[in-house]
Design a protein around this ligand. Structure first.
Ligand code: ADP
Ligand code: MG
Length: 618
């Protein structure tokens, strides 16, 4: 690889670096790739990221966080806006806002440079070449001074900034918005991070569909609140529990104790995004303090913040002067909060996009922009058609296709499915993309569960699956069980990273494997059906044995043994098994089991008889 260009999301709370190649955009580095934008500088040197964040409570005077709030601004401006908590703002050269760390005075550019250097290091290790060029994102409202300061930070870190891109624009690019659009549309990007809230209204200018440049997206209006984010909610939760915590401690907590309470509040808040109730324990020398948070309380505490967000959104909408919003993109870790999603849905009147991880969507968009700028992406697929079939996994690892390749978008399909096991209360839906017949040969897109079904015999629940691909190629899958009304849904971006070449290759591959696949699919179906037959037959044979003669039982045993032999072979080496012979063995058992079937009915009638007349068992 020659001199790659990476995409960087330099965030207030977390930063990320991503890279896009023919396989698509991906975040670089270990784990989820989030690098906390926290820097500690002392005589021991510089510590950046997770360690600096975790150890912050122990080194409050030498650790800086949220420096993005100061970059390119004057100290007076920052003080007027209310200096960020936990950051010692001092006057720098020419009245610029600077940070006091123990006896040092540092400009935000210098501090951000440490974060950028760490991201460049992570990228270089991951890609195996020195990374020297980047696309960096900034909030849409950043003025020239703030943009210039961001460039300076990169230069200090030894990085050339190939382009500065607006964060909402990058988020829209990650969803493929602004690519190949025939008609103008408006997009709202709703970004709730750790410390700031930004809402931007973008306009998609109809293009020829080849480029992936920012030019297709124009920022019409932005609004926001630089003192509103997930951290403020953490603080509100912590103060709600403070009186109880004090009473339990028997006095006010130390600074360290406060930090523990705040951290527990944040953990509980994050847990509530997926659960209805969260319990966090704070360990102390004399036992545990328990913080129990439920959705209702969280929503009460969040209400004033939601109201401020709604006001910003209304302002942005009226500034943009657009009648309606066509798409909504969610960005920032705090948009995982269900009440926040609900607010976005209500305000803009459309279901928001949630297919991509809101923490990484800006970085992925920056990486796509970088790829275009490096000339590496001239063959981008247009989502006018679905490039590869979309389907779900069925019993035994086979694929049931829902939307076949080359269907025009928007596309839609509905199918009914049921359960395979008695009393099943959850159904797992595995969404895959590809032309092959088996899940293992397709690309896995997403899995989700439909839970809480009332227990019913196998085959009785009626699960309706809906697949919908919109004009940007975002796939939404809905599952509903019609008897109980239980629902579940998921969104995915199926065309991710597939180039025309790749699609051609996957298609050719599927033709080459078509026969093999048909065979494998058939064998899997046979195994699944044979297993059901065998378990039913063995069960009935135990119950009705007394009504059957030995000769028949022996004949039945012979058929069972033969079928089990085929199953064992099929499971060991599916390619070896003769599917026709396997099928014949299953048919033979089915035919032979007719008598057993009748005997089982007689037997159950007899036992019902006994049940109604006989003595009641204690
Ligand atoms: P920034 O853009 O400011 O760098 P991020 O987008 O990384 O911030 O968001 C960080 C915020 O997201 C933090 O306040 C964190 O508590 C919050 N957050 C992360 N995951 C969740 C979650 N599952 N539920 C609620 N909030 C979350
Ligand atoms: Mg952000």
């Amino acid at each position: 690889m020659q001199d790659p260009i990476v995409g960087i999301d330099l965030g207030t709370t977390n930063s990320l670096v991503a890279f896009a190649d023919a396989r698509g955009p991906r975040v670089l580095g270990p784990g989820r790739g989030l690098v906390p934008s926290v820097i500690r500088i002392d005589d021991g040197g510089v510590v950046v990221g997770e360690r600096a964040r975790v150890e912050r409570a122990h080194h409050p005077h030498t650790t800086a966080a949220s420096v993005k709030r100061l970059i390119g601004r004057s100290a007076a401006e920052v003080r007027d806006a209310g200096a960020p908590q936990g950051l010692h703002v001092v006057d720098g050269p020419r009245g610029l806002a600077a940070v006091g760390l123990a006896d040092r005075t540092l400009l935000p550019q210098e501090l951000s440079a440490h974060v950028l250097r760490e991201l460049a290091r992570i990228a270089s290790v991951d890609l195996g070449v020195a990374v020297r060029r980047a696309v960096i994102t900034v909030p849409a409202y950043f003025d020239d001074g703030q943009r210039q300061a961001t460039r300076d930070a990169a230069r200090l870190a030894g990085l050339e900034v190939v382009r500065i891109v607006n964060e909402p624009t990058a988020a829209a690019l990650a969803y493929g918005i602004g690519r190949g659009h025939r008609a103008a549309e408006t997009v709202a990007v709703f970004d709730l991070g750790g410390g700031t809230f930004d809402v931007s209204i973008l306009s998609v200018i109809p293009g020829d569909g080849v480029g992936l440049n920012g030019e297709f997206l124009q920022v019409l209006a932005t609004a926001g609140d630089t003192a509103l984010g997930g951290d403020d909610l953490d603080a509100a939760i912590a103060s709600e529990f403070l009186p109880r915590y004090e009473a339990w401690l028997g006095g006010p907590p130390t600074l360290h104790g406060m930090e523990l309470l705040r951290a527990a509040a944040e953990r509980a808040k994050c847990a509530l995004s997926t659960n209805d109730r969260a319990t966090e324990r704070l360990a102390h020398a004399h036992g545990f303090f328990e913080l129990v948070l439920d959705r209702d309380l969280l929503e009460v505490l969040a209400a004033p913040f939601l109201e401020r967000m709604a006001a910003c959104c209304r302002r942005a909408l009226s500034d943009a002067g657009v009648p309606t919003i066509d798409r909504v993109v969610l960005v920032g870790g705090s948009t995982r909060i269900p009440a926040v999603r609900e607010l976005a849905r209500r305000l803009f009147g459309v279901e928001p996009y949630t297919a991509l991880d809101p923490d990484v969507v800006v970085a992925l968009g920056a990486a796509l922009q970088a790829q275009v700028l490096s000339g590496g992406r001239t063959d981008l697929l247009l989502m006018d058609v679905v490039p590869l079939s979309l389907g779900i996994e069925t019993a035994g690892g086979a694929v049931a296709k829902m939307i076949v390749r080359n269907s025009a978008v928007p596309a839609r399909a509905t199918e009914m499915f049921s359960t395979g096991v008695d009393g099943q209360t959850a159904i797992k839906v595995h969404v895959v993309q590809g032309e092959r017949e088996l899940v293992n040969d397709c690309r896995s897109l997403a899995t989700f569960e439909l839970r809480g079904l009332p227990p019913m015999p196998a085959g009785i629940p009626q699960v309706q699956l809906d697949f919908m691909v919109d004009a940007n190629g975002v796939l939404a899958v809905n599952a509903v069980e019609r008897r109980s009304g239980r629902r579940a849904q998921v969104q995915v971006v199926p065309a991710y990273g597939l180039t025309a070449d790749e699609v051609d290759r996957m298609e050719a591959d599927s033709l080459a494997h078509a026969r093999e696949d048909m065979h494998a699919h058939r064998v899997i179906d046979l195994i699944v059906n044979a297993r059901l037959d065998i378990s039913w037959i063995e069960d009935a044979r135990t119950r009705a044995a007394a009504l059957l003669d030995t000769a028949y039982l022996e004949e039945l045993e012979g058929h069972l043994t033969r079928l089990k032999g085929f199953m064992a072979l099929a499971e060991r080496s599916p390619g070896q098994v003769d599917a026709d012979a396997f099928h014949a063995a299953k048919d033979a058992l089915d035919r032979a089991s007719m008598r057993l079937h009748e005997a089982a009915i007689v037997q159950s009638l007899q036992s019902m008889d006994r049940g109604s007349k006989g003595p009641v068992q204690p």
